[in-house]
Design a protein around this ligand. Structure first.
Ligand SMILES: Nc1ncnc2c1ncn2[C@@H]1O[C@H](COP(=O)(O)OP(=O)(O)OP(=O)(O)O)[C@@H](O)[C@H]1O
Length: 345
Protein backbone atom coordinates (compact mmCIF):
# COMPACT_ATOMS: atom_id res chain seq x y z
CA UNK A 1 0.00 0.00 0.00
CA UNK A 2 2.90 2.37 0.83
CA UNK A 3 5.88 1.80 -1.39
CA UNK A 4 9.21 3.57 -1.55
CA UNK A 5 11.20 3.00 -4.73
CA UNK A 6 14.91 3.83 -4.72
CA UNK A 7 14.36 6.88 -2.54
CA UNK A 8 17.26 9.28 -1.89
CA UNK A 9 17.25 12.37 0.31
CA UNK A 10 20.34 14.56 0.40
CA UNK A 11 20.95 17.72 2.38
CA UNK A 12 23.46 19.54 0.19
CA UNK A 13 26.34 17.11 -0.17
CA UNK A 14 25.17 14.96 2.79
CA UNK A 15 23.49 11.76 1.63
CA UNK A 16 21.15 10.94 4.51
CA UNK A 17 19.17 8.36 2.54
CA UNK A 18 20.44 6.78 -0.62
CA UNK A 19 18.57 4.30 -2.79
CA UNK A 20 16.15 3.02 -0.18
CA UNK A 21 13.30 0.72 -1.23
CA UNK A 22 10.59 -0.37 1.18
CA UNK A 23 7.01 -1.50 1.10
CA UNK A 24 4.64 -1.43 4.01
CA UNK A 25 1.29 -3.06 4.61
CA UNK A 26 1.75 -5.86 2.08
CA UNK A 27 2.16 -8.46 4.88
CA UNK A 28 -1.15 -7.40 6.45
CA UNK A 29 0.43 -5.49 9.34
CA UNK A 30 -1.38 -2.39 10.57
CA UNK A 31 1.48 -0.83 12.53
CA UNK A 32 5.04 -0.85 11.23
CA UNK A 33 7.90 0.49 13.32
CA UNK A 34 10.94 2.12 11.81
CA UNK A 35 13.62 1.41 14.40
CA UNK A 36 17.15 2.77 14.30
CA UNK A 37 19.80 4.63 16.26
CA UNK A 38 19.83 8.39 16.57
CA UNK A 39 20.84 10.16 13.36
CA UNK A 40 20.30 7.20 10.99
CA UNK A 41 17.70 9.13 8.98
CA UNK A 42 14.37 7.87 10.40
CA UNK A 43 12.82 11.32 10.73
CA UNK A 44 14.10 12.32 7.32
CA UNK A 45 12.44 9.26 5.81
CA UNK A 46 9.11 9.82 7.54
CA UNK A 47 9.17 13.50 6.53
CA UNK A 48 9.85 12.41 2.95
CA UNK A 49 6.83 10.06 3.07
CA UNK A 50 4.72 12.90 4.48
CA UNK A 51 5.84 15.20 1.68
CA UNK A 52 7.64 17.55 4.08
CA UNK A 53 11.07 16.74 2.63
CA UNK A 54 11.88 16.78 -1.09
CA UNK A 55 13.24 13.58 -2.63
CA UNK A 56 16.58 13.81 -4.38
CA UNK A 57 15.64 10.66 -6.32
CA UNK A 58 13.09 7.86 -6.29
CA UNK A 59 9.34 7.65 -5.74
CA UNK A 60 6.87 7.49 -2.88
CA UNK A 61 3.84 5.52 -4.04
CA UNK A 62 0.58 5.07 -2.11
CA UNK A 63 -2.20 2.78 -3.34
CA UNK A 64 -0.41 2.61 -6.70
CA UNK A 65 -0.25 6.40 -7.11
CA UNK A 66 3.05 8.26 -7.34
CA UNK A 67 2.89 11.15 -4.87
CA UNK A 68 5.75 13.16 -6.32
CA UNK A 69 3.47 16.02 -7.34
CA UNK A 70 1.11 15.76 -4.37
CA UNK A 71 1.91 18.35 -1.67
CA UNK A 72 1.88 17.28 1.99
CA UNK A 73 -1.59 18.66 2.76
CA UNK A 74 -3.13 16.77 -0.17
CA UNK A 75 -1.71 13.36 0.74
CA UNK A 76 -4.35 12.69 3.40
CA UNK A 77 -1.68 11.46 5.78
CA UNK A 78 -1.81 12.24 9.50
CA UNK A 79 1.45 13.17 11.22
CA UNK A 80 2.34 13.32 14.92
CA UNK A 81 5.73 14.61 16.03
CA UNK A 82 7.69 14.07 19.24
CA UNK A 83 6.45 17.23 20.90
CA UNK A 84 2.92 17.11 19.49
CA UNK A 85 3.18 20.60 18.05
CA UNK A 86 -0.31 21.57 19.20
CA UNK A 87 -1.51 25.08 18.39
CA UNK A 88 -0.91 27.11 21.54
CA UNK A 89 -3.51 29.45 23.01
CA UNK A 90 -6.30 27.27 21.65
CA UNK A 91 -8.55 24.68 23.17
CA UNK A 92 -8.20 20.93 22.81
CA UNK A 93 -11.38 20.84 20.68
CA UNK A 94 -10.08 23.58 18.40
CA UNK A 95 -6.85 21.65 17.88
CA UNK A 96 -8.68 18.44 17.05
CA UNK A 97 -11.02 20.31 14.69
CA UNK A 98 -8.15 21.91 12.76
CA UNK A 99 -7.95 19.39 9.88
CA UNK A 100 -11.73 19.24 9.64
CA UNK A 101 -12.04 23.04 9.27
CA UNK A 102 -9.37 22.93 6.56
CA UNK A 103 -11.46 20.32 4.75
CA UNK A 104 -14.55 22.49 5.18
CA UNK A 105 -16.57 20.04 7.26
CA UNK A 106 -19.88 21.49 8.52
CA UNK A 107 -20.01 22.75 12.13
CA UNK A 108 -22.27 19.95 13.41
CA UNK A 109 -20.12 17.33 11.67
CA UNK A 110 -16.98 18.84 13.27
CA UNK A 111 -18.59 18.91 16.70
CA UNK A 112 -19.63 15.29 16.50
CA UNK A 113 -16.23 14.13 15.14
CA UNK A 114 -14.36 16.05 17.87
CA UNK A 115 -16.51 14.33 20.52
CA UNK A 116 -15.85 10.99 18.89
CA UNK A 117 -12.08 11.66 18.93
CA UNK A 118 -12.11 12.82 22.56
CA UNK A 119 -13.85 9.58 23.41
CA UNK A 120 -11.34 7.55 21.40
CA UNK A 121 -8.30 9.01 23.17
CA UNK A 122 -10.09 8.95 26.55
CA UNK A 123 -10.16 12.71 27.04
CA UNK A 124 -13.91 13.20 27.34
CA UNK A 125 -14.63 16.52 29.01
CA UNK A 126 -11.28 18.02 27.98
CA UNK A 127 -12.60 19.80 24.87
CA UNK A 128 -12.57 23.29 26.38
CA UNK A 129 -9.17 22.97 28.08
CA UNK A 130 -6.37 25.11 26.76
CA UNK A 131 -3.57 22.96 25.46
CA UNK A 132 -1.12 24.65 27.86
CA UNK A 133 -3.00 23.00 30.72
CA UNK A 134 -2.36 19.45 29.54
CA UNK A 135 0.21 16.95 30.79
CA UNK A 136 2.72 15.59 28.27
CA UNK A 137 0.77 12.35 27.83
CA UNK A 138 -2.54 14.18 27.39
CA UNK A 139 -0.97 16.54 24.83
CA UNK A 140 0.24 13.58 22.76
CA UNK A 141 -3.22 12.00 22.89
CA UNK A 142 -4.67 15.29 21.59
CA UNK A 143 -2.04 15.34 18.82
CA UNK A 144 -3.09 11.78 17.91
CA UNK A 145 -6.78 12.75 17.94
CA UNK A 146 -6.02 15.76 15.72
CA UNK A 147 -4.13 13.55 13.26
CA UNK A 148 -6.84 10.87 13.18
CA UNK A 149 -9.87 13.19 13.02
CA UNK A 150 -9.90 13.64 9.20
CA UNK A 151 -9.61 9.84 8.75
CA UNK A 152 -6.12 9.81 7.20
CA UNK A 153 -5.14 7.08 4.75
CA UNK A 154 -1.87 6.66 6.61
CA UNK A 155 -0.66 7.78 10.02
CA UNK A 156 2.97 8.77 10.51
CA UNK A 157 4.23 8.99 14.09
CA UNK A 158 7.71 10.44 14.61
CA UNK A 159 8.97 9.43 18.07
CA UNK A 160 5.55 10.29 19.55
CA UNK A 161 6.52 9.20 23.06
CA UNK A 162 10.14 10.33 23.26
CA UNK A 163 9.39 13.31 25.51
CA UNK A 164 7.51 11.22 28.10
CA UNK A 165 8.78 9.26 31.07
CA UNK A 166 9.30 5.49 30.80
CA UNK A 167 6.17 4.37 32.64
CA UNK A 168 3.88 6.63 30.67
CA UNK A 169 5.66 5.70 27.46
CA UNK A 170 4.93 1.99 27.80
CA UNK A 171 1.30 2.65 28.71
CA UNK A 172 0.71 5.12 25.92
CA UNK A 173 2.50 2.88 23.39
CA UNK A 174 -0.09 0.17 24.02
CA UNK A 175 -2.90 2.72 24.05
CA UNK A 176 -1.88 4.29 20.72
CA UNK A 177 -1.52 0.84 19.20
CA UNK A 178 -5.07 -0.02 20.33
CA UNK A 179 -6.45 3.27 19.01
CA UNK A 180 -4.94 3.00 15.53
CA UNK A 181 -6.07 -0.61 15.32
CA UNK A 182 -9.60 0.36 16.42
CA UNK A 183 -9.69 2.87 13.57
CA UNK A 184 -7.85 0.45 11.21
CA UNK A 185 -5.43 3.22 10.23
CA UNK A 186 -2.20 1.93 8.66
CA UNK A 187 0.58 3.46 10.73
CA UNK A 188 4.34 3.94 10.55
CA UNK A 189 5.94 4.76 13.88
CA UNK A 190 9.52 5.98 14.14
CA UNK A 191 11.35 5.05 17.31
CA UNK A 192 14.80 4.24 18.66
CA UNK A 193 13.29 2.20 21.49
CA UNK A 194 12.97 -1.60 21.04
CA UNK A 195 10.30 -2.00 23.70
CA UNK A 196 8.19 0.74 22.19
CA UNK A 197 8.55 -0.84 18.74
CA UNK A 198 7.54 -4.26 20.09
CA UNK A 199 4.60 -2.85 22.07
CA UNK A 200 3.18 -1.02 19.07
CA UNK A 201 4.10 -2.77 15.86
CA UNK A 202 3.36 -6.05 14.04
CA UNK A 203 6.33 -5.50 11.80
CA UNK A 204 9.64 -3.74 12.49
CA UNK A 205 12.11 -2.37 9.95
CA UNK A 206 15.60 -1.71 11.28
CA UNK A 207 17.43 1.24 9.77
CA UNK A 208 21.15 1.91 9.86
CA UNK A 209 22.82 4.95 8.29
CA UNK A 210 20.08 5.56 5.75
CA UNK A 211 19.70 1.90 4.79
CA UNK A 212 17.07 -0.66 5.87
CA UNK A 213 18.92 -3.71 7.11
CA UNK A 214 16.07 -6.01 8.19
CA UNK A 215 12.28 -6.16 8.25
CA UNK A 216 10.34 -8.75 10.21
CA UNK A 217 7.98 -9.56 13.05
CA UNK A 218 9.43 -8.54 16.44
CA UNK A 219 10.23 -12.10 17.53
CA UNK A 220 12.01 -12.84 14.26
CA UNK A 221 14.17 -9.75 14.75
CA UNK A 222 15.11 -10.60 18.34
CA UNK A 223 15.90 -14.25 17.54
CA UNK A 224 17.22 -14.07 13.96
CA UNK A 225 19.04 -10.75 13.50
CA UNK A 226 20.47 -10.41 10.03
CA UNK A 227 24.03 -9.53 11.03
CA UNK A 228 26.17 -8.67 14.02
CA UNK A 229 25.50 -4.91 13.91
CA UNK A 230 21.73 -5.52 13.96
CA UNK A 231 22.10 -8.11 16.74
CA UNK A 232 24.02 -5.66 18.91
CA UNK A 233 21.63 -2.81 18.14
CA UNK A 234 18.82 -5.13 19.24
CA UNK A 235 20.42 -5.83 22.61
CA UNK A 236 22.92 -8.63 22.04
CA UNK A 237 25.95 -8.01 24.25
CA UNK A 238 28.07 -11.08 23.45
CA UNK A 239 28.62 -12.99 20.23
CA UNK A 240 29.50 -16.64 20.70
CA UNK A 241 30.87 -19.09 18.13
CA UNK A 242 29.15 -22.48 17.88
CA UNK A 243 29.64 -25.67 15.92
CA UNK A 244 26.37 -27.43 15.23
CA UNK A 245 25.99 -31.18 14.68
CA UNK A 246 22.59 -32.91 14.57
CA UNK A 247 20.80 -30.02 16.30
CA UNK A 248 23.37 -29.72 19.11
CA UNK A 249 25.45 -26.56 19.29
CA UNK A 250 28.85 -26.89 20.95
CA UNK A 251 30.15 -23.62 22.41
CA UNK A 252 32.70 -22.48 24.97
CA UNK A 253 29.74 -22.18 27.36
CA UNK A 254 28.78 -25.82 26.90
CA UNK A 255 26.35 -27.61 24.58
CA UNK A 256 22.79 -26.61 23.88
CA UNK A 257 19.97 -27.75 21.63
CA UNK A 258 19.45 -25.45 18.64
CA UNK A 259 17.41 -26.15 15.54
CA UNK A 260 20.13 -25.24 13.04
CA UNK A 261 21.81 -26.95 10.09
CA UNK A 262 25.19 -28.58 10.69
CA UNK A 263 28.22 -26.30 10.56
CA UNK A 264 29.52 -23.11 12.14
CA UNK A 265 27.01 -20.67 13.66
CA UNK A 266 27.19 -17.32 15.36
CA UNK A 267 25.04 -16.96 18.48
CA UNK A 268 23.94 -13.65 19.97
CA UNK A 269 23.58 -13.55 23.74
CA UNK A 270 21.58 -11.08 25.81
CA UNK A 271 21.70 -11.23 29.60
CA UNK A 272 18.63 -13.49 29.64
CA UNK A 273 20.30 -15.94 27.21
CA UNK A 274 22.59 -17.21 29.99
CA UNK A 275 21.63 -18.45 33.44
CA UNK A 276 24.13 -18.50 36.28
CA UNK A 277 23.76 -21.39 38.72
CA UNK A 278 25.67 -22.81 41.68
CA UNK A 279 28.88 -24.42 40.49
CA UNK A 280 28.76 -28.13 41.33
CA UNK A 281 30.74 -30.75 39.46
CA UNK A 282 33.29 -29.96 36.82
CA UNK A 283 31.42 -30.64 33.64
CA UNK A 284 29.99 -27.15 33.25
CA UNK A 285 31.26 -23.80 32.06
CA UNK A 286 32.53 -21.76 34.97
CA UNK A 287 32.97 -18.06 35.64
CA UNK A 288 33.51 -15.57 38.44
CA UNK A 289 30.98 -12.88 39.32
CA UNK A 290 32.44 -9.44 38.55
CA UNK A 291 29.35 -7.31 39.27
CA UNK A 292 25.78 -7.71 40.51
CA UNK A 293 22.77 -5.55 39.62
CA UNK A 294 19.32 -6.02 41.07
CA UNK A 295 17.01 -4.88 38.28
CA UNK A 296 13.21 -4.72 38.44
CA UNK A 297 13.17 -7.77 36.15
CA UNK A 298 15.52 -9.78 38.36
CA UNK A 299 19.15 -10.17 39.31
CA UNK A 300 21.74 -9.64 36.59
CA UNK A 301 25.39 -10.63 36.88
CA UNK A 302 28.48 -9.63 34.96
CA UNK A 303 30.54 -12.83 34.83
CA UNK A 304 34.19 -13.24 33.88
CA UNK A 305 35.06 -16.52 32.18
CA UNK A 306 38.45 -17.79 31.00
CA UNK A 307 38.20 -15.87 27.74
CA UNK A 308 35.42 -13.30 28.02
CA UNK A 309 33.04 -11.26 30.16
CA UNK A 310 29.34 -11.69 29.70
CA UNK A 311 25.99 -10.96 31.31
CA UNK A 312 23.81 -13.59 32.92
CA UNK A 313 20.61 -13.74 34.92
CA UNK A 314 20.16 -15.69 38.13
CA UNK A 315 17.71 -16.32 40.92
CA UNK A 316 20.50 -17.14 43.38
CA UNK A 317 22.01 -14.63 45.79
CA UNK A 318 25.51 -14.53 44.31
CA UNK A 319 28.02 -11.85 45.28
CA UNK A 320 31.14 -10.45 43.60
CA UNK A 321 33.93 -13.07 43.54
CA UNK A 322 31.59 -16.10 43.69
CA UNK A 323 32.20 -18.89 41.23
CA UNK A 324 29.18 -19.76 39.08
CA UNK A 325 28.24 -22.28 36.41
CA UNK A 326 26.85 -20.82 33.18
CA UNK A 327 24.04 -22.46 31.24
CA UNK A 328 22.64 -21.29 27.89
CA UNK A 329 18.87 -20.75 27.71
CA UNK A 330 18.26 -22.02 24.16
CA UNK A 331 14.93 -20.24 23.56
CA UNK A 332 16.55 -16.89 24.42
CA UNK A 333 19.63 -17.34 22.23
CA UNK A 334 19.67 -15.32 18.98
CA UNK A 335 21.12 -16.85 15.86
CA UNK A 336 22.95 -14.24 13.81
CA UNK A 337 22.26 -14.79 10.14
CA UNK A 338 25.38 -13.27 8.59
CA UNK A 339 28.96 -14.43 9.02
CA UNK A 340 31.16 -13.65 11.98
CA UNK A 341 31.95 -15.67 15.05
CA UNK A 342 33.98 -15.61 18.22
CA UNK A 343 33.50 -14.08 21.63
CA UNK A 344 34.21 -10.40 21.38
CA UNK A 345 32.32 -9.12 24.36
N1 LIG B 1 17.54 20.01 7.47
C1 LIG B 1 18.71 19.37 7.57
N2 LIG B 1 19.84 19.84 7.00
C2 LIG B 1 21.01 19.18 7.07
N3 LIG B 1 21.17 17.99 7.70
C3 LIG B 1 20.10 17.45 8.29
C4 LIG B 1 18.82 18.09 8.26
N4 LIG B 1 17.94 17.31 8.93
C5 LIG B 1 18.64 16.23 9.35
N5 LIG B 1 19.93 16.31 8.98
C6 LIG B 1 20.97 15.30 9.24
O1 LIG B 1 20.55 14.09 8.66
C7 LIG B 1 20.89 12.98 9.49
C8 LIG B 1 19.65 12.18 9.81
O2 LIG B 1 18.77 12.94 10.63
P1 LIG B 1 17.36 12.40 11.10
O3 LIG B 1 16.75 13.43 11.98
O4 LIG B 1 16.59 11.95 9.93
O5 LIG B 1 17.79 11.13 11.95
P2 LIG B 1 16.97 10.28 13.00
O6 LIG B 1 17.31 8.86 12.74
O7 LIG B 1 15.54 10.66 12.96
O8 LIG B 1 17.63 10.74 14.36
P3 LIG B 1 16.95 11.05 15.79
O9 LIG B 1 16.45 9.72 16.30
O10 LIG B 1 18.09 11.58 16.57
O11 LIG B 1 15.86 12.04 15.52
C9 LIG B 1 21.57 13.56 10.71
O12 LIG B 1 22.95 13.44 10.56
C10 LIG B 1 21.14 14.99 10.72
O13 LIG B 1 22.13 15.81 11.30
Amino acid sequence: MLELDNVAVHYGSTEVIDDLSWSMGTDGSVVTALLGPSGCGKSTLIRAIAGLEALTAGRVVFDDRDLVNTPAHRRDFGVVFQDGQLFGGRSVASNIAYGLRMRRWSRPAIRSRVDEMLDLVRLNGFGDRRVEELSGGQAQRVALARALAPRPRLLLLDEPLAALDRLLRDRLATEISDIVRATATPTVVVTHDHTEAALMADSISVMRAGVLVQTGAPEELWLRPTDEWTARFLGVTTVLAAEVTDGRAVTSLGDTVLDLPDGAASLGLRPESVRAERAVGEDRSLGVVAAVADLPTGRRLRVRTADAELDAITSDRFGVGDQVALVLVPERVAVIQGDGAGIDG
